[in-house]
Design a protein around this ligand. Structure first.
Ligand SMILES: CC(C)(COP(=O)(O)OP(=O)(O)OC[C@H]1O[C@@H](n2cnc3c(N)ncnc32)[C@H](O)[C@@H]1OP(=O)(O)O)[C@@H](O)C(=O)NCCC(=O)NCCS
Length: 224
């Protein structure tokens, strides 16, 4: 039987960070490459602070498709691009305003997945971000691209933004919490029954956190 294609992420030796990661930035902040181990297709993971009309439309259409395939991205299916437009505009405006960081996975120039690292508005909460909107187009799911996006987000958050931890929330019962656990997140709490996804079907919102200190940092700080 043909093995499922998987993507492995690797540091791109030519990766460059062109601009400081605070405030107004250049269009292109850096990138890394994820390579599908079976067919060797290459997915470029690119941080962008420019979200032009075309990219907005492409990312929003992934949002619609992933939601309508059962994804938990702030809406219940079925949705249209009109349904998500207000939240999509807010999401991309924050990126364009330099508040949040957007990571897009491109397969042959076509965006196939993305996520956002959202900044907390409080001045004393600059040492962490919320990872939001992780999504891969249904036609490309199961190839390891979400894993590659998450690994690049972790690297960028730690090495470029200097963050100490990442937070995310998950709708219980979707199975995605298990994926996040395998990626190093742990559950730190949940708000019971805040999502009524259907009659008699209330779901908890699970809060998960990943520390960005690697084990050698932890060992070093323990020795002090
Ligand atoms: C969740 C999602 C991003 C995963 O994308 P993907 O590219 O298919 O994920 P990967 O191929 O990297 O798979 C990573 C692992 O998670 C598992 N996984 C992926 N989606 C899963 C799901 N919905 N439920 C349970 N496990 C899942 C995979 O089996 C894989 O496990 P393995 O490493 O043990 O083989 C994608 O299914 C999606 O876009 N869903 C809709 C949006 C959504 O719900 N996002 C999460 C918001 S909290």
């Amino acid at each position: 039987m043909q093995p499922e294609p998987r993507a492995t992420s690797e540091a791109n030796p030519t990766r460059t960070v062109l601009a400081p990661t605070h405030g107004r930035r250049a269009t292109w902040l850096g990138s890394s490459v994820a390579r599908c181990a079976v067919d060797n297709s290459t997915v470029n993971l690119i941080w962008s602070s420019t979200v032009d009309a075309r990219l907005r439309e492409q990312l929003a259409s992934i949002w619609v498709a992933a939601t309508n395939a059962g994804g938990a991205l702030g809406f219940l299916p079925p949705v249209t691009s009109q349904d998500i437009a207000e939240l999509a505009d807010k999401t991309f405006d924050r990126v364009a305003d330099g508040l949040d960081d957007l990571l897009v996975a491109f397969l042959a120039e076509e965006p196939i997945g993305w996520l956002v690292l959202e900044r907390d508005a409080r001045s004393y909460a600059g040492h962490w971000r919320t990872l939001k909107r992780l999504q891969v187009h249904p036609a490309h799911q199961g190839n390891g691209y979400a894993t590659a996006l998450m690994e690049e987000a972790r690297r960028f958050a730690r090495d470029e933004l200097g963050l100490e931890f990442l937070v995310l929330t998950v709708r219980d019962g979707t199975g995605v919490a298990g994926m996040y656990e395998r990626l190093g997140y742990r559950e730190v709490g949940r708000v019971p029954s805040v999502m009524r996804v259907a009659e008699n079907d209330d779901r908890d919102e699970i809060y998960m956190v990943q520390s960005l200190a690697d084990s050698s940092d932890v060992a070093r700080s323990r020795r002090r």
